[in-house]
Design a protein. Structure first.
Length: 450
């Protein structure tokens, strides 16, 4: 069999391992990569020869690297590649009958029905990890994958009927996806990835696929305080359960996190920072309770789990200044959440690649959130500076070229009792490879301060 693999990322490489060496491969990718398998009479590699513009994959105009995939017996494409494929092959093209993804293969072949899918604009990784940890604390065998952890094809054959699978699923992975899990969860939904989707409605409809194919005996969980989340869960034919209000988990007026009559933990004993993480905790508790009927051992999990890398991650304290890496905050809304998590005076690093999102709420939050200094970086620095100036905020440093310069400027403005916060509200493209590289460089540079 001749297989085309479109996109040589996590999903593409897992498909290559899954189908094995007995097949022929046409591997196509937007950019050259050092980890391509060596070409041979059984393996051909194609990519765009010119340097592509910064931004998400799937937005290129040069589609020549796709030449020949229509002649293959099977096409396995990575999530963000779907949009560029549609430029060449409309929905009625026969290639879609032989096109698939790692998630299609997984849902068609996995042995368990105990699948929990979690989506949202932010908080997916934290909530998915919490759900997995809560299930594991009950003694269950759990596999965590999707947009976090391993590719689903790397563990599919290990999953037994009684095991649980928790999948973090992004909009790209859900776009035109025809399967839904037994338990579907929708967190807060805000504007995101409008450099890939033509509009917000397209983004919402992609998210809705997590629920659209559920049956009457399935479960749909949504954030009660967000109309988009409620609307998306409304596409489900299953039982609909809100969180942050009864009967789901909520934070009582006295600060106790409860579900039903069960008092789980005081919010003061929770290790995760920020109001948004109380939402994630309530989502996870509601999910596990609906899936298993129990939240046993939840207190131990919630009092010890401090979060994922690059999500309000404490880096170090130096001369009374605390440094936090929130590089995962790639939208203005996520940066607003981070600003609200700290009462202390803040030096905040904002800016990056422009995804066409509205920075007005972020500028408003800066003005009222005890921010001493903004370091404006990247493509959106001018836009952010203009919005802040309109509000009378002028404590802004611009023209910073690299992470050493950024961290040095932040350190210079910080005094004992302050917080230095990398929470840019933007994607990293143009200055850094991705949010992980940006966060790693920030942490490395902060650790080198003396």
């Amino acid at each position: 069999m001749r297989i085309a693999i479109v996109g040589w990322g996590v999903e593409g490489q897992s498909a290559y391992r899954y189908f094995g060496s007995d097949n022929e491969y046409l591997i196509v990718n937007e950019e050259p990569r050092e980890d391509f398998p060596p070409e041979s009479d059984r393996i051909k590699v194609q990519y765009i020869k010119t340097e592509r513009a910064p931004g998400l994959t799937g937005n290129v105009t040069d589609t020549s690297y796709l030449d020949g995939i229509q002649d293959c017996d099977k096409i396995v494409y990575s999530p963000t590649a779907r949009k560029v494929l549609e430029k060449v092959f409309p929905d009625d093209n026969p290639i879609w009958q032989k096109a698939t993804t790692d998630r299609h293969i997984f849902f068609e072949n996995v042995q368990t029905k105990n699948i929990i899918g979690i989506t949202g604009s932010k908080g997916k990784g934290t909530t998915s990890t919490l759900v997995a940890k809560l299930l594991e604390a009950q003694g269950k065998k759990v596999f965590l994958g999707g947009n976090i952890g391993k590719s689903v094809l790397d563990f599919m054959h290990e999953v037994r009927a009684e095991d649980w699978v928790v999948l973090e699923l992004a909009n790209f992975q859900l776009y035109k996806f025809p399967y839904s899990p037994h338990v579907a969860v929708c967190l807060m939904i805000t504007e995101e990835h409008l450099d890939w989707h033509p509009d917000m409605e397209d983004y919402i409809q992609a998210k809705a696929n997590l629920f659209r194919h559920q049956k009457a005996d399935d479960i749909a969980i949504y954030f009660a305080k967000n109309e988009n989340s409620k609307r998306i869960a409304g596409y489900s034919a299953g039982k609909k359960v809100p969180y942050y209000e009864q009967p789901g988990a909520l934070v009582r007026d006295d600060g106790m996190v409860v579900i039903g009559e069960t008092e789980v933990i005081s919010k003061n004993e929770v290790k995760l920072l920020g109001e948004h993480n109380l939402q994630n905790i309530c989502a996870a508790l509601t999910t596990v309770f609906e899936a298993t009927g129990s939240v046993d051992e939840a207190e131990a999990v919630l009092s010890s789990f401090s979060g994922l890398e690059h999500r309000l991650e404490f880096v170090r304290e130096l001369e009374g200044v605390k440094y936090y890496d929130d590089s995962f905050a790639t939208t203005p809304e996520a940066a607003v959440v981070a600003l609200k998590a700290f009462l202390q005076p803040k030096i905040v690093i904002l800016g990056g690649h422009d995804k066409g999102l509205d920075f007005t709420p972020l500028a408003d939050e800066v003005v009222k959130s005890n921010v001493k200094q903004v370091l404006a970086i990247g493509q959106t620095a001018g836009k952010i500076t203009e919005l802040l100036n309109e509000r009378g905020f002028t404590d802004i440093t611009g023209g910073l070229a690299g992470m050493p310069e950024i961290v040095a400027a932040a350190s210079e403005h910080a005094k004992a009792g302050d917080v230095v916060l990398l929470s840019t509200g933007c994607a990293s493209f143009g200055m850094f490879k991705d949010y992980k590289e940006r966060g790693d460089l920030f942490k490395q540079t902060v650790q080198e301060l003396s």
